[in-house]
Design a protein around this ligand. Sequence first.
Ligand code: MTE
Ligand code: MO
Length: 377
Amino acid sequence: SSYSQEPPRHPILQINSKEPFNAEPPRSALISSYVTPVDFFYKRNHGPIPIVDDIESYYVSICGLIENSKDLFMRDIRMLPKYNITATLQCAGNRRTAMSNVRTVKGVGWDVSAIGNAVWSGAKLADVLELVGIPNLTSVTRSGGKHVEFVSIDKCKEENGGPYKASIPLSQATNPEADVLLAYEMNGEPLNRDHGYPLRVVVPGVIGARSVKWLDTINILAEECQDYKMFPPSVNWDNINWKSRRPLMDFPVQCVICSLEDVNVMKPGKAKVSGYAVSGGGRGIERVDISVDGGKNWVEASRCQKTGFPYIADHMSSDKWAWVFFEVIIDIPHSTQIVAKAVDTAANVQPESVETIWNLRGVLNTSWHRVQVRVGH
Ligand code: MTE
Ligand code: MO
């Protein structure tokens, strides 16, 4: 079958769908390391993993609404300044299973680990576009170019066998501060096949779907790609109007307890509650609050953000797109619900209940994270 040449994967991963391969690490493994090891990093695919075996002949085409289209080989991309960006990638479907427990949604089920934090290294998309003369925005804007579409070489089931693709606004693509990368390394190693070898896009602070793996073509377009959208709870498959909503970009503030499973049996006394918190758009985490009485009273957890790797603490690197870990030691005297919620640096808060944000695609479940603990003697 087309899935006969899949790469080997770590047995710790919990498999949510085998073909295409979609898997996430257990909660405890996710927070065992600030920089997520490649083996533990969630894998989100829409088709078989493509094989690129001749790296010398591999190139990315830049075309669409530009005067001269251009092909860039790996050596052209490697010649540009190399940046190391620690960025958290999160699937819009993270925590979908909890949303589908309210009412059925369409999409692969995920617990809380469709997220990971890696050091991505490569060229800035802004530099790549400059190489082909694109920041000369006058010519592009005159031609009507407003969006940059990334097209992959993979073939996916959901696209009727066509390639996977996604777009971002041209203004973000050409902004060096947005840190959009064409990455060829993950955690200091060449990308592996699962994560996009030989080259992938990394769009920090934005839903994972925009970070196209196995990049084949960059298209300058007038219209954005019609994909990943969020609808109100009243919209169903009979009254859906795709054109009525914008594609999702920045992910909202998110926070999850990873030290506890959904139902934990524990002894009364002090326990550690820890996990991750992250916000989109480069917004930091201002505060993480923990409650051990279902959300009536709160204590603030301590936060830490370690730098990705010691050797990249310089002007060529950034960790403003990376998650924080939080931790609090707290007394849990009896069976209860433990809740976590975060506030980002723009004072955005998380919705209290998943019911109010239910949507038929099951995206952006950022409701307060709740775990049930049973305390016994
Ligand atoms: N790129 C390609 N070519 N094919 C895909 O299926 N999945 C997207 C994105 N890029 C996908 C892709 C989605 S939905 C997510 S969340 C991230 O890749 C997941 O990246 P990862 O598998 O490296 O964790
Ligand atoms: Mo995703």
